[in-house]
Write a protein that binds this ligand. Structure first.
Ligand code: SF4
Ligand code: SF4
Length: 469
């Protein structure tokens, strides 16, 4: 039997909606509210915005602390520098993020969407700007319907100015993680920015303005792939935001001091506040829907009504299907354990890979010519060694051949490299006259840090000799 909770697509409703989530202009005008989950979301978003907008301005060791230097193909993060050869670690990090998302979705549904997704966070910020400039929900609906006037023009201009300001700052910040932010900001302020930088700043400015200002919930509903497949990860113990219909129905208005049983009603007073605060304009009382981003606004709204009515909180709450059916939510279940186990293994593997990451890089390229005879009459192959000092200090290295009796390495075998320096070193390997050798065999090159011999890197190449020696 499938454990999947069926989702309801509200674009083809099973029942005609009794509640109009959208106003006559077909826009969602959300109502302000307060509550525990709103406070958590604001605190989380504030922290994320601080990290995003603030980190880019930090310096570390005389350089921008976090910078993906595309021109030099290096990623600097505080004291560490990652090179293209290290990008396998990035793949591991992405896999960890994916399994983290799977595990948290199995456990608590769409908390990522509701609390930390940039689309949601920026949309809430833009909605706050809207409230500041155009007023509360009812005022905004009236303003939308009103003919153009000086008041409407001033309020709309203020809103779009704020939206654009945030969008430009976002575009600049995002590009600032790939191009040093200080000169970039100076270029923007003096109108001297051009070329690729200007294109990308404008691109991310437009993306923020359109996504958070205009598209909003449409991104979650129609563009985000996660919204489409997240329901297959749900099981009957996944925490989702749900309306307790057994307790709430029959819904209906009543006076504050009337107990539900006296009028044959459930606890839902049909105030529609849960619908008016919903950023995607759905009615949680219709059941779990694909459009629900798990923001918990409806919980805060309904709890405030329950408080006013003197009823117990939790008519809309985080709960599981098992709990709604009178059972208990099982925390430990095979799928959650599986995702968590893979997550822990991947994190451990990444930590080991980071700790053991070689701080020197060696690539060996054999010359295109097969072999040649040198001045002493010995068979010789030519190689180019590409050595990178990945540390933040000058380092001295020794280059040698491993387990290569009868072979002689010739060329520059002592190197001194500045921090981050890359050198191409031409060397040759000669086969001593009395050494038996096949026509092709593997040679292992090794570059070792002279002062810290545990820092080394090995790389293989082929040595080619004539068939008849
Ligand atoms: S139904 Fe509730 S949790 Fe879902 S998006 Fe609307 S307000 Fe947020
Ligand atoms: S906020 Fe609560 S009481 Fe009001 S309509 Fe929604 S579920 Fe019913």
């Amino acid at each position: 039997m499938s454990e999947r909770i069926p989702t309801v697509d509200t674009f083809e409703p099973l029942h005609p909606k009794k509640v109009k989530a959208k106003s006559s202009d077909n826009l969602i005008h959300t109502r302000s509210f307060t509550g525990l989950y709103r406070t958590l979301r604001v605190a989380g978003a504030a922290l994320l915005f601080l990290l995003f907008f603030g980190t880019v301005w930090l310096d570390w060791g005389g350089r921008q602390a976090v910078l993906w230097d595309l021109a030099e193909s290096k990623f600097h993060i505080f004291g560490a520098t990652f090179w293209p050869q290290d990008f396998i670690l990035l793949s591991a990090l992405l896999i960890i993020c994916a399994f983290g998302l799977f595990a948290i979705t199995v456990f608590a549904g769409r908390v990522w969407c509701g609390y930390t997704c940039p689309q949601s966070s920026f949309t809430w910020l833009f909605m706050w700007c809207e409230k500041v400039t155009e007023g509360e929900r009812n005022q905004r609906i009236k303003l939308q319907a009103a003919p153009w006037s000086l008041n409407k023009l001033a309020r709309r201009s203020a809103k779009h100015t704020l939206w654009l300001g945030i969008s430009v700052l976002t575009g600049l910040t995002f590009v600032g993680y790939f191009t040093p932010i200080r000169p970039l900001a100076a270029e923007l302020l003096t109108w001297q920015m051009g070329g690729v930088s200007l294109f990308w700043v404008l691109f991310f400015t437009a993306a923020t303005y359109i996504n958070a200002g205009w598209l909003r919930e449409a991104v979650c509903m129609h563009m985000c792939p996660y919204a489409r497949f997240q329901s297959v990860m749900f099981d009957k113990d996944t925490l989702t935001i749900a309306y307790d219909s057994a307790r709430g129905e029959r819904r209906g208005p009543r006076k504050r001091d009337v107990r539900p049983a006296e009028v044959g009603l459930g606890d839902c007073v049909d105030c529609q506040l849960c619908v008016q605060v919903c950023p995607t304009g759905i009615d949680i009382r219709d059941g779990l829907q694909m459009e629900c981003i798990g923001c918990a606004a409806c919980i805060d709204a309904c709890d405030s009504i329950m408080d006013k009515m003197g009823y117990a909180r939790g008519l809309v709450s985080y709960t599981s299907e098992h709990q709604l059916q009178g059972g208990k939510t099982r925390l430990l279940r095979p799928r959650l354990i599986g995702y968590s186990a893979v997550l822990l293994v991947m994190i451990a593997a990444l930590v080991v890979a980071l700790v053991e990451r070689p701080m020197v890089s060696l690539d060996v390229t054999k010359d295109r010519g097969m072999f040649r005879e040198n001045a002493q009459g010995l068979i010789e192959n030519i190689y180019s060694l590409k050595v990178i000092n990945k540390t933040q200090q000058r380092q001295d290295y020794r280059v040698e051949l491993m387990e290569a009796e009868g072979f002689q390495l010739q060329g520059k075998t002592k190197l001194s490299l500045a921090p981050g320096e890359i050198v191409d070193v031409p060397v040759s390997v000669a086969l001593l006259a009395d050494t038996p050798a096949s026509s092709s065999q593997t040679l292992r090159f090794k570059v070792t840090d002279v002062d810290e011999p545990w820092i080394y890197k090995e790389a293989d190449s082929r040595f080619v000799a004539p068939l008849n020696r």
